[in-house]
Design a protein around this ligand. Structure first.
Ligand code: CS2
Length: 491
């Protein structure tokens, strides 16, 4: 079967959306670092809307910082791909044309630097995942003993990290008398803009303090909240899209209709008119916190408990009444720790969220969400736990979610099925857990991780005993028994 391409656009079935602009006339105003499925379903769709409205400054030069996979999928397709929005039985298809080129950073570091330094580039967006920032939570600066950070501290000739590319490109811009770009972190981290700024300034200062001062004064790193559920594409998804399109699209992404992007009103150069697709606001933190603690917190709990029970997809976990009750209770607990923005109706948000989790046509795998827990739990679960314990409130559901993550590190589920724990700290956690003899010792081993657990929680006796209680049930009786117990306790 032929691949999707520019030539295919005219013969696609009616009803499939496609670029309404002349792609050859588009300039590249955006460089994106980390072209995974999330970017293709989120920011790229928004910039594609802007292009469709006729402002042709906002095409995207995207880069992958590691693997050539997405470049190799997109290259034979003229960088076109289909966004498939699924809601129950309804499916909408739209071919996105915003991505103009894909660079693979390790193969073409100079091309990426040139794109970042180019006068047309005004915005740099990033989805490099939590671990891509290379920040040490204990110091707030870069992890100086990380190998890639070390390499970037030695030389920025061939940068290794995202902060490395930004610093090297900003130095080129300054030398050429160009203003900096606005760097927009789109990862699920609290204060993501500040984190990115810290990482960039830390590295810039190391190389050239005057460069760091220039970036600090003239650059912009707005905070953002991004939201769209984007499950990994499967071969079945590709086959069923090919049946519909009559063309094969190996770079397709599937997602839900929902999309939210909140950006702090802090740009240092031109920006498109986003219309009502993006909320531009003075303060992103309350949005970010609500999303991280409600959506992502529940997601992690569902992923570990469902994954341990051997359940493949999110909607299947939520088909269990006890799992639903767990999510509601986790939300009750997390909600009290929020200062939601006035425009956010939390009760309505929760209802809508449950509906999004129930979307069976997404086939969102628990294993996908289970990845990188050490990078996700601090903002999703430990932060609300800390607030609740400070106020003397109970943490039953939140601590069950954390205990399930600890149990997940064992590498086999309740039926004994083995899986690989995907986490940058997996090996370190496994070593510490191996030496621990019982649930209490395993809880202690994990709480001692200063990279993961906030200092104020490490010796907290209430957290320790709650985690030990749940871990004992999880190890002896399994995730379903723990969920049933939580439900009984709440009745
Ligand atoms: C998920 C997120 O994989 C995960 O950790 O919780 O990717 C989630 O789907 C998105 O943040 C939704 O906006």
């Amino acid at each position: 079967m032929k691949r999707l391409s520019t030539a295919a656009l005219d013969t696609l079935p009616a009803g499939v959306g496609r670029p309404r602009y002349d792609r050859r006339a588009v300039r590249s105003g955006v460089v994106h670092l980390g072209i995974g499925a999330f970017h293709r379903a989120h920011q790229a769709a928004v910039f594609d809307d802007v292009l469709n409205e006729g402002d042709l400054r906002w095409g995207i030069t995207a880069a992958s910082l590691r693997s050539p996979t997405v470049r190799d999928e997109l290259a034979p397709q003229d960088a076109l791909y289909t966004l498939v929005e699924r809601d129950g039985a309804t499916e909408r298809h739209r071919v996105i044309g915003a991505v103009q080129a894909v660079l693979v950073a390790p193969e073409q570091p100079q091309a990426l630097l040139d794109a970042l330094a180019h006068p047309d580039t005004h915005i740099v967006t990033l989805t490099i995942t939590e671990k891509g920032y290379k920040l040490d939570p204990a110091t707030g600066g870069l992890i100086h003993d990380d190998l890639q950070v070390k390499a970037d501290m030695e030389s920025l000739q061939r940068p290794q990290t995202a902060p490395g590319f930004l610093v090297a490109a900003l130095a080129m811009r300054r030398a050429a008398g160009r203003p900096p770009f606005t760097a927009i972190s789109c990862d699920n981290l609290p204060h993501n803009g500040t984190r990115l700024r810290n990482a960039v300034l830390d590295l810039a200062r190391w190389h050239d303090p005057s460069l760091a001062d220039w970036i600090a004064e003239q650059g912009a790193f707005p905070e953002t909240m991004v939201d769209r559920i984007v499950p990994a594409t499967t071969d079945d998804d590709i086959r069923s899209l090919a049946d519909h399109l009559g063309f094969e699209d190996r770079a397709m992404v599937k997602t839900e209709p929902f999309l939210q992007w909140v950006i702090e009103d802090k740009f240092c150069g031109p920006r498109p008119d986003f219309g009502d697709r993006v909320q531009i606001t003075q303060s992103v933190a309350p949005w970010e916190e609500a999303k991280l603690r409600l959506l992502n917190g529940a997601h992690s709990g569902i992923a570990y408990l469902g994954g341990l029970a051997g359940i493949e997809h999110v909607h299947e976990v939520l088909a269990l009444p006890a799992a639903r009750a767990f999510v509601e209770q986790l939300w009750d607990e997390a909600e009290t720790t929020l200062s939601p923005p006035a425009e956010l109706d939390v009760a309505a948000y929760r209802r809508e969220l449950m509906g999004r989790f129930d979307n069976a046509s997404l086939q969102h795998r628990t294993r996908q969400i289970a990845m990188d827990g050490s990078q996700k739990l601090p903002q999703r679960l430990f932060a609300p736990i800390l607030t609740r314990l400070e106020r003397g409130q109970d943490i039953a559901a939140l601590s069950l979610a954390v205990a399930a993550w600890i149990r997940w590190q064992a590498g086999y589920d309740d039926k004994g099925l083995a899986y690989k724990v995907e986490d940058p700290l997996a090996a370190m956690m496994a070593t510490r857990l191996n030496g621990a003899e019982d649930p209490a010792a395993r809880v202690e081993a994990i709480l001692n991780f200063e990279q993961i657990v906030p200092a104020a929680l490490r010796d907290n006796p209430i957290l320790r005993s709650a985690l030990t209680h749940w871990l004992t049930i999880l190890e002896n009786d399994g995730a379903l028994a723990a969920l049933a117990q939580l439900k009984r306790d709440g009745e």
